[in-house]
Design a binder for this molecule. Structure first.
Ligand SMILES: [Zn+2]
Length: 254
C-alpha cells in the first residue's frame, strides 16, 4: 500500500543521485534512520531546505512495492547555520551524523534523537573551544548508548577506585581488554596497546556519567586534558564502529 506520511526529522546527509536527484539520510524521532529520494533540479525550492543538520517536519511518500520513499515537503524549524561557520563544528557535526547512521542510531531511537539533537543544538550556542569539550561529552555518552562505555573509576584487575588516586598518577586503558587499569596493575600490561590518561581526564569522564548536564557544562577543563580525551575518545569510538568514520581524519588534526 502506498502512503503519505509525516514525521519529525533531522537531515544527516545529502548525496547526489543521478543527474537531478539526491539521496537523503535522516534521523527521525520515531523510526530512527531512514533514507529518501529528493527529486528536482537546482531550482527546486525543496533542495535548499533539505540540507545537512536542518531539522523540522518532513512529509514523505512511500511506495511499498518499489520499497522507496520520496520527500514531498519539509518545514524547517531549525537551520543550525552556525555549524557551517567553523570547520571544527562542521567536522564534529559530521562525526555525529556518521555515528548515528553507522550504528543504525543505536538500539533506542528516542535516546539517539535526544543525544544527536542536543549535541547539534548545543554546538550552535558555544564558541569553538567549548565545542571541542562538547564533542568529548557527546562521544562518551554515545559509547554508553551503544553499551560500550568502560568504567573509568574501577581498576578491572584489583577494583581500586581510580577517581580517588593522587592527581599525578596515570590510568591505563587497554585497547585489548577494553578496560581501565590502575597504575600498579597496568605494569602487567605495559606491552599492550592502549592509552595513558591523567586523573583529570578520568574524573571528567566520570562526571559526564554521574552529574547533571548543566553541572558538567560548567566544569573547567584544561587544554592538555581536552587534547588527551579527544585523542582517546576518537580512537575508542572508531574501535567500536564497523567501517571507517570519515570525519575522524579531519578531527584528529585539530
Ligand atoms: Zn589495579
Amino acid at each position: 500500500m502506498n502512503r503519505n506520511w509525516s514525521t519529525t526529522a533531522q537531515i544527516l546527509s545529502v548525496r547526489q543521485s543521478g543527474e537531478d536527484n539526491r539521496s537523503v539520510t535522516m534521523l527521525t524521532k520515531d523510526k530512527g534512520i531512514i533514507q529518501a529520494v529528493l527529486y528536482g533540479g537546482p531550482k527546486s525550492r525543496l533542495r535548499s531546505l533539505v540540507a545537512p543538520y536542518h531539522s523540522g517536519t518532513i512529509w514523505l511518500y512511500t511506495d511499498e512495492v518499489r520499497k522507496s520513499t520520496k520527500i514531498s515537503d519539509f518545514e524547517v524549524l531549525s537551520y543550525r547555520s552556525e555549524l557551517r561557520e567553523s570547520l571544527f563544528k562542521t567536522c564534529a557535526a559530521g562525526l555525529c551524523a556518521e555515528l548515528a547512521v553507522k550504528t543504525h542510531s543505536g538500539a533506542d531511537f528516542a535516546e539517539t534523537w535526544l543525544y544527536v539533537s542536543s549535541f547539534l543544538d548545543g554546538l550552535c550556542l558555544v564558541d569553538e573551544q567549548e565545542s571541542r569539550i562538547a564533542l568529548l561529552r557527546f562521544l562518551w555518552r554515545f559509547l554508553s548508548l551503544l553499551g560500550f562505555q568502560p568504567d573509568p573509576c574501577h581498576c578491572e584487575r584489583c577494583g581500586e577506585q581510580m577517581c580517588l588516586i593522587s592527581s599525578s598518577a596515570k590510568i591505563f586503558y587497554s585497547l585489548h581488554d577494553s578496560a581501565f587499569y590502575c597504575t600498579e596493575c597496568s605494569m602487567q600490561y605495559s606491552d599492550n596497546p592502549g592509552f595513558l590518561l591523567n586523573k583529570e581526564s578520568v574524573s571528567y569522564l566520570k562526571a559526564v556519567t554521574t552529574e547533571k548536564p548543566g553541572f558538567v557544562r560548567n566544569l573547567k577543563v584544561q587544554n592538555e586534558t581536552i587534547l588527551e580525551l579527544q585523542d582517546f575518545l576518537l580512537h575508542l569510538i572508531q574501535s567500536f564502529v564497523e567501517g571507517k568514520l570519515m570525519s575522524l581524519d579531519l578531527l584528529q588534526r585539530f
